[in-house]
Ligand binder design. Structure first.
Ligand code: GAP
Length: 470
C-alpha cells in the first residue's frame, strides 16, 4: 500500500510542477526545505477556492462579517492567547548528530513499525518506511540516535521590529489567524451592528516553525488558513449546538466542491490531544495517499480567548445582549481549515487515471476539478490556423472574458492532444471553432467528464456556460 500511495503522491507532485500548479520554492538556489510557490494554475485554483469559501461563509450570510488583520501584532496578543507559554512541541535532540525530532513522532514511528522489539543497532529500518521515518530512527553518524531528555520548543517564528535585536523588540509571525479576530471583537461589534450569534471570518497566512514538515504542501512552515470565530451565548449547550451545526457546514464545503464523502472522516480529539484553549475539537480528516490526516477542524474555544484578552489588555471584552439585557463574554465555536491542505485534497480527489474504458488511453490523466475551482473554465481552439478560425476564436475569447469566464487559447497540435492537455489541468470545457462556425455561427463544446460534444450557437455561449455553474 505504501508503495502505491507514495507513487500517487509523486505523480501529483510531478503534475503540479510540470503544469504550473506548485513549484518547489527557491529552486534555482537548490530549494528551501518544505516551502512551495504556487504557479499560474495553482495560484488561480487557490484563489478560486478562497473566493468560494468567502462567498459562501461571508458574502452570502447575514450573520458573518469578514476581516483581514495584521500578521505581526503586539507580542502581548500571544502572551494572552497562551501561544508564548503553551504553543510548543516536545523535542528530542540527538547528542551525536544534533538533529532534533518531535518526540511523539519518534514514538509513533517506533510503534508503527514495531522497531523496539529486538532492534539491533541500525537494523530498525523496515521496508515501506519513508526517508523521513528512517531519519528519525538511524543517526547520520552511524547506529542509533542518542537522544537527550525532551525539551519544549515554541513553534512561533520570532522576528525583531526596528534596528535593535533584543527582547524589547521581539515580535512574532502569527501562528493562527484567529487572534486577529478576537482582538477586534469590540471593534466589530461597535462598527457592524452584528448581534449574537454571529461570526467573523478571515483568510490569511499563518506561520509555524514545524519540526517535521512534509508530505508536499500538507505540512509547511508558511501556510494559509480560512477561519471563522463564531460567537454564541455563554453556555455549553449553545456551544455544542453550534459546534454540531458548524461541523456539518464545514464537511459540506468539501463535498459540495467535489470531495467524495467516503474519503472524509470526522474524528473527535481525546483529552490528551486538545489544544490549550479547547473544550472539545473534532477534525475532518481526508484519506490522503500518505494516510488519513487532518484537513480541517471545529473547536469549542469557550470564552478562553476573550477572557484572556480582557485580563491582559485591561479592556473589558463583554458584549451587551439587548435581547435579554445581559452583559457577558460570549463562547466561541471555531471552524478552521488549511487552504493549502484543502487544495491538496481537492487535487488528490480529482486526480483520475484512465483505465482505458472511457475512450481515453490507459493512464491518461483527467483532473476532475469542480468547475468553480478549475483554474481555466473554457479552452478555445481553432480547428485550423486558417480561414478566419483563429480570429473568430479570439473574438469568442474576448466575449467570454468580458463575462468573467477564464479562458485559454490553444492552436497547436491535433484536437485530441489539445483535449488531453486541458483534461490534465482540469479544464471543464473545450470549445472548437471549425470550418462551419463562420456560416452557422456555432461551435462545438466538449465536456471534460462526459466527453460529449454539443453544437452551440456563439451568441448563446455565455448563457450556456453560466448554466453549467462554472
Ligand atoms: N485557530 C485554530 C488553529 O489554528 P489548527 O488545527 O492548529 O487550529 C487549523 O490549524 C488548520 O490549519 C488545520 O486544520 C490545518 O488544515 C491547517 N494547518 C495547521 N498547521 C499547518 C501546517 N503546518 N501546514 C499546512 N496547514 C496547516
Amino acid at each position: 500500500m505504501a508503495e502505491n500511495s507514495n507513487n500517487k503522491t509523486e505523480k501529483i507532485i510531478s503534475l503540479c510542477k510540470r503544469r504550473g500548479f506548485v513549484y518547489p520554492a527557491s529552486e534555482i538556489y537548490g530549494g528551501f526545505a518544505n516551502a512551495f510557490d504556487y504557479g499560474p494554475l495553482g495560484s488561480q485554483l487557490k484563489l478560486n477556492l478562497k473566493n468560494e469559501w468567502w462567498k459562501r461563509f461571508v458574502v452570502e450570510r447575514d450573520d458573518i462579517v469578514g476581516m483581514d488583520s495584521a500578521i505581526i501584532q503586539n507580542p502581548k496578543v500571544w502572551e494572552a492567547s497562551g501561544h508564548i507559554g503553551s504553543f510548543t512541541d516536545p523535542l528530542v535532540e540527538c547528542k551525536k548528530c544534533h538533529k532534533r525530532f518531535r518526540e511523539d513522532h519518534v514514538q509513533e514511528i517506533k510503534a508503527k513499525f514495531n522497531t523496539d522489539a529486538n532492534a539491533e543497532t541500525g537494523s530498525r529500518i523496515k521496508s515501506g518506511m519513508t526517508d523521513g521515518e528512517k531519519e528519525m530512527l538511524v543517526c547520520a553518524s552511524g547506529g542509533e540516535h542518542d537522544f537527550a531528555e525532551a525539551k519544549n520548543f515554541n513553534l512561533m517564528f520570532k522576528t525583531f521590529i526596528g534596528v535593535t535585536e533584543d527582547s524589547t523588540s521581539t515580535a512574532y509571525l502569527r501562528p493562527e489567524t484567529a487572534q486577529g479576530m478576537f482582538i477586534n471583537f469590540l471593534n466589530v461589534t461597535q462598527s457592524s451592528r452584528v448581534k449574537i450569534p454571529f461570526g467573523i471570518g478571515q483568510i490569511g497566512k499563518a506561520f509555524r516553525n514545524e519540526i517535521t514538515p512534509g508530505n508536499f504542501t500538507f505540512r509547511t512552515r508558511e501556510f494559509e488558513q480560512a477561519e471563522i470565530e463564531y460567537f454564541v451565548e455563554p453556555s455549553l449547550d449553545e456551544s455544542k449546538k453550534w459546534f454540531t451545526y458548524w461541523l456539518a457546514r464545514w464537511k459540506e464545503f468539501f463535498t459540495d466542491f467535489g470531495i467524495r464523502d467516503e474519503n472524509l472522516t470526522i474524528r473527535a480529539h481525546d483529552k490528551s490531544e486538545l489544544s490549550h484553549y479547547s473544550a472539545g475539537t473534532s477534525d475532518i480528516e481526508y484519506d490522503f495517499p500518505f494516510g488519513m490526516s487532518e484537513l480541517a477542524g471545529v473547536a469549542q474555544r469557550t470564552k478562553f480567548d476573550l477572557e484572556q484578552h480582557s485580563k491582559h489588555s485591561g479592556i473589558d471584552q463583554k458584549y451587551f445582549d439587548e435581547v435579554n439585557g445581559k452583559k457577558y463574554i460570549p463562547y466561541v465555536v471555531e471552524p478552521t481549515m488549511g487552504v493549502d491542505r484543502a487544495m491538496l485534497a481537492f487535487l488528490v480527489d480529482a486526480y483520475d487515471e484512465s483505465d482505458g474504458k472511457d475512450g481515453r488511453e490507459i493512464g491518461e490523466v483527467t483532473l476532475r476539478l469542480h468547475p468553480k475551482l478549475a483554474p481555466i473554465k473554457v479552452a478555445v481552439f481553432p480547428l485550423m490556423k486558417k480561414e478566419g478560425m483563429p480570429e473568430l476564436a479570439h473574438d469568442i475569447i474576448a466575449d467570454l472574458r468580458q463575462a468573467g469566464i477564464a479562458t485559454f487559447y490553444d492552436e497547436s497540435g491535433s484536437i485530441g492532444r489539445r483535449y488531453r492537455r486541458q483534461d490534465e489541468i482540469g479544464t471543464p470545457f473545450c470549445l472548437t471553432v471549425d470550418f462551419d462556425s463562420a456560416k452557422d455561427k456555432s461551435v462545438t463544446v466538449r465536456d471534460r467528464d462526459t466527453m460529449k460534444q454539443e453544437r452551440i450557437k456563439i451568441a448563446e455561449l455565455k448563457k450556456y456556460f453560466v448554466e453549467k455553474n462554472i
